[in-house]
Design a protein around this ligand. Structure first.
Ligand SMILES: Cc1cc2nc3c(=O)[nH]c(=O)nc-3n(C[C@H](O)[C@H](O)[C@H](O)COP(=O)(O)O)c2cc1C
Length: 433
């Protein structure tokens, strides 16, 4: 039994894109993909299960990394079409009262002032329930959508990201917490002495400030990131409140946690001040045998169609894996895209066929009844030491219910996760334990 409860999130890959189209249990949501109903149902289910947050992935391009064409992706609705997830945020906030909502934004392409204002607005509207997942954006095609011929270099993107977050925080702090006085008698809405220009001049960005909306309800909305390279980890250690980690073994989880906590201490921070959550994708069944047979079927599909895995990985790394022979040892490859992800991918075998069969985007060794999976999660957390999990997987109402109405109530009964929110603000709930 873990000493203190752990945290739960949901990582929604493909975000406001197409879910479940042409798949079992997808209902009509694939056809109705532009409507927000499925996402609202997800948010309500997560809140019922007292999750900390829902993270909405995003990307800014139509991939054409597999076979030099968009066909593979568009025919399957893989990664495109995809709506902008930001307009979902107020809808999700309105449908819930405590769940944290974390949209993804690109530090390479969003103007920092606009982002600071957008997130501040959402945090004020939601009364303190918003975060932000900062990504550097990795695809060459995304860079080209913003007028660059080639993408900025990986490490330079992280240097920009550092400055971006620095600036955004200063803009949020440009209004003192008690600047809005609403003094009717004096006829003063805002005390102008408590609103300050910031005169920020960095290497990449400059902004005079102040922000033209108030300080966010949480002061600082919750800062999240997911990059696994040394630069990504350094970025997290300096600024982030939570990191999500997509690794597939307990040894990798322990390595990440140890390394991150060392980095946090080196930055002068409390190692508990950044919640490290691991991506998990359980397979549930009425019996352990049934769950295993579902998991075996999924594995057989993976082995039958390695192209789907390779195309997905191609879109994350800008490498066209269709140009390699499936059975020849692949050797070293480099990318200006997701370096942490590519490194893990290539470590899964010698040939692309082996790698595609073995690769897991997170920890999947959670196969069985809800009771069994809850027990296995408890064991993993005890072994790793904290701080929790983010679920991912195909977005269908069935899968969501398996987690929120199957696994989580058992975790709750065992005292391993919260049964009620103690605070109004997302940040306070995240750091309540
Ligand atoms: C679990 C997970 C979720 C991610 N979500 C997004 C996302 O929504 N959008 C995006 O552009 N990149 C996303 N990324 C990419 C990273 O945030 C990061 O920009 C990328 O991995 C490059 O960093 P690295 O080279 O440090 O790994 C995600 C990565 C992981 C591991």
């Amino acid at each position: 039994m873990a000493a203190s409860p752990f945290h739960l999130g949901w990582f929604l890959g493909n975000s406001y894109g197409v879910h479940g189209w042409n798949q079992e249990w997808g209902g009509s949501d694939g056809e109705d993909w532009t409507q927000p109903d499925l996402h609202i149902d997800l948010a309500r289910a997560l809140e019922r299960a007292c999750f900390d947050y829902l993270l909405l992935e995003d990307s800014l391009f139509v991939p054409d990394n597999h076979g030099g064409s968009m066909e593979f992706y568009l025919a399957r609705a893989l990664r495109a079409p995809k709506n902008d997830p930001l307009p979902l945020v107020p809808l999700l906030a309105q449908a819930t009262t405590h769940l944290g909502i974390v949209p993804t934004i690109s530090t390479s392409f969003y103007p920092p002032f606009l982002l600071a204002r957008l997130i501040a607005t959402l945090d004020l509207m939601s009364k303190g329930r918003v975060g932000c997942n900062f990504v550097t954006s990795t695809a060459e095609r995304a860079a080209q959508n913003f007028g660059l011929e080639a993408h900025l270099e990986h490490d330079l993107r992280y240097e920009m990201a550092e400055e971006f977050v620095d600036l955004v925080i200063r803009l949020w702090e440009s209004w003192e917490p008690d600047a809005i006085v609403q003094d009717r008698e004096a006829g003063v809405f805002v005390d102008h002495r408590k609103v300050h220009a910031i005169d920020f001049k960095g290497r990449f960005f400059a902004s005079r400030g102040p922000l033209n909306t108030a300080r966010p309800a949480q002061g600082r909305p919750v800062l999240v990131q997911a990059g696994g390279s040394p630069q990504g980890r350094a970025f997290a250690a300096r600024h982030m409140d939570s990191v999500i980690v997509a690794v597939s073994t307990i040894a990798e989880m322990k390595e990440f946690r140890g390394d991150m906590r060392r980095r946090l201490v080196a930055e002068g921070r409390d190692p508990g001040s950044c919640k490290i959550l691991y991506v998990v994708a359980p397979t549930l069944g009425e019996t352990n045998e049934e769950a295993r047979s579902r998991s075996d079927r999924r594995q057989a599909q993976r082995e039958q169609s390695p192209a789907v895995t390779l195309a997905m990985m191609g879109s994350l790394t800008d490498i066209d894996f269709s140009t390699f022979d499936l059975d020849t040892p692949i050797g070293e490859l480099t990318t200006n895209g997701q370096q942490g992800t590519l490194k893990r991918f290539l470590a899964q075998g010698r040939t692309l066929r082996e790698i595609a069969a073995n690769y897991r985007y997170g920890y999947e060794d959670l196969v069985g009844t809800p009771e069994h999976v809850a027990g296995a999660m408890a064991e993993v957390m005890q072994e790793v030491g904290g701080d929790g999990f983010v679920f991912t997987g195909p977005l269908t109402r069935r899968y969501v219910a398996e987690i929120t109405d199957g696994v989580v109530p058992i975790l709750q009964r065992r005292g391993l996760v919260r049964t009620a929110y103690a605070h109004r603000h997302f940040r306070d709930n995240l750091f309540a334990y």
